[in-house]
Design a binder for this molecule. Structure first.
Ligand SMILES: Nc1ncnc2c1ncn2[C@@H]1O[C@H](COP(=O)(O)OP(=O)(O)OP(=O)(O)O)[C@@H](O)[C@H]1O
Ligand SMILES: [Mg+2]
Length: 466
């Protein structure tokens, strides 16, 4: 990634600079050549005006020509109609009187128009030449030919070209260095993320991704760290759940083993004793069955297989049925279980009958179980706005404030040994809350007026639309 980022940047910059250089050099050389050409034609035309007679180029004319060309390296040659040299500013030249054939002169004499050519001299210097016709009454009588070395222009252009290449090389190196450091800055956090992700996959959730760099990288690191802490929580919960389940299973199994050992080691046990032991065994098996059933319910809920199977339910009738069902339990403890509904009837509500039954049943069952003999348990029902409130109040021991949320945790019991003696698994409220939440409701515990507790189940009143 680092290399491809760097190579892409350098390639883009190089292509851009090359195209720019070609364009600049094209424009520049075109301009320099054109202005030189214009200058040469201008001088050639002035000289052609100065040459009044091709047969007699007098001293004044020669002087004028040398004045026109003074300060330049332009060589001027005047030829007559036979291409014979009549005048040459290069006094050392032996061309005088000789016939010369040059591209520009030939074009000029043939067409009778001014002509231009760029040629190469013997020593490979580029030469620019122009020729303008000398016209008299009978037509083209000769030509003024100017030639000049354009090595100055060529060297200027090649200097600029060299500088542009140097410039491109420097820019490319800078871009390569910058892109390398930029890609290092970008890929270093990604390397860190990969390392962290590998550690997480090995189960090491303590390692954290570094939250620095640009905002996207910080967001990515935060997401990775959040995922790792969620996985950590999940793993801790899983471990706790497994150890809780093992612990809960161990106790009844140990009791069963103890009972069995007692029967086996007792010689000639009395039938009444066996009867008692078998009764105890049956209780323990019941407790195990309850525990396994509750665990299955929770496992299904966790696996999300427990989607609510909604059917229209007469909620008031359901609550009355629960009260009827639990009345024997209450009477056994001399507890007054009564209902106090502020509404006589409700429209049918869309509920999962079994789950809501179990939720309310668990809470009322708790109230009876944890309230001492002679107490009361009240089941209230109220409709407020679009919410139905079921309040289960008792005058039992209540729940300390700091425990109010914990009691909804799996396997959590306030008084572990006492609760276990009553056959409690510590799963009832966890299942109840999940069932209520599945319906979009809430289940909360509060302190009651008589020192007991009040559990409130709030459910959306789906019967409102009926
Ligand atoms: N009405 C109540 N008054 C006092 N404490 C309560 C009451 N309801 C629940 N608790 C406490 O909350 C704990 C958790 O209740 P939960 O229903 O989840 O488990 P459990 O009753 O012990 O077991 P199970 O519901 O399987 O019989 C109980 O062990 C008990 O200590
Ligand atoms: Mg319970």
């Amino acid at each position: 990634m680092r290399f491809s980022m760097m190579a892409t940047y350098v390639a883009v910059i190089l292509i851009a600079l090359t195209l720019l250089s070609i364009y600049i050099l094209g424009i520049l050389s075109g301009n320099l050549y054109d202005s030189e050409k214009v200058k040469l034609f201008a001088k050639a035309n002035i000289i052609s005006d100065a040459v009044t007679s091709i047969t007699d180029i007098d001293e004044i004319t020669r002087f004028n020509i040398s004045q026109i060309l003074s300060g330049t390296d332009i060589r001027s040659i005047v030829v007559n109609g036979d291409y014979r040299v009549c005048f040459d500013t290069n006094s050392d030249s032996d061309l005088n009187g000789k016939i010369i054939v040059r591209e520009a002169i030939t074009k000029c004499m043939t067409n009778g128009e001014q002509a231009f050519a760029v040629t190469q001299s013997r020593n490979e210097t580029n030469m620019m030449s122009v020729a303008v016709p000398l016209i008299n009454e009978s037509g083209t009588s000769g030509s003024v030919y100017l030639v000049e070395s354009i090595s100055g222009i060529d060297s200027t252009i090649s200097n600029i070209r060299r500088n542009l290449v140097l410039f491109a090389v420097i820019i490319s190196i800078l871009v390569a260095m910058l892109s390398l450091s930029l890609s290092l800055m970008t890929t270093a956090p990604i390397d860190n993320f990969i390392a962290v992700a590998k550690e997480i996959s090995k189960g090491n959730f303590n390692i954290k991704a570094k939250e620095k760099g640009c905002s996207e990288l910080v967001e990515m690191a935060k997401a990775l760290n959040y995922m790792s802490s969620e996985l950590d929580d999940f793993e801790q919960n899983r471990k706790k759940f497994v150890s809780d389940v093992s612990h809960e299973l161990k106790t009844p199994l140990a009791t069963i083993k103890l009972i069995c050992d007692s029967i086996v080691t007792t010689e000639n046990p009395a039938p009444e004793m066996i009867q008692d032991f078998l009764g105890d065994l049956s209780d323990e098996v019941d407790r195990l069955t309850r525990l396994v059933e509750r665990l299955l319910t929770l496992t299904k809920m966790d696996a999300n297989q427990n989607a609510a199977k909604l059917t229209p339910v007469d909620f008031v009738v359901m609550l009355s049925a629960i009260v009827r069902k639990l009345t024997p339990n209450a009477e056994a403890k001399n507890i007054v279980l009564y209902q106090d509904f502020s509404v006589e009837s409700l429209n049918p509500m869309m509920l999962d009958y079994d789950k809501i039954w179990e939720a309310v049943y668990n809470v009322v069952d708790n109230a009876i179980k944890y309230t001492p003999e002679g107490g009361y348990v009240k089941l209230g029902l109220e409709l407020s706005g679009n919410t139905v409130y079921v309040r289960i109040a008792d005058n039992g021991p209540g729940i300390p404030d700091e425990e109010k949320e914990h009691i909804f945790e799996r396997f959590y019991r306030l008084d572990d040994s006492r609760a276990r003696d009553t056959g409690g698994t510590g799963l009832g409220l966890a299942i109840a809350r999940e069932a209520v939440m599945l319906h979009g409701g809430t289940l909360q515990a509060e302190n009651g007026a008589d020192g007991g507790s009040v559990f409130t189940i709030a459910l959306p009143y789906t019967g409102a639309a009926a």
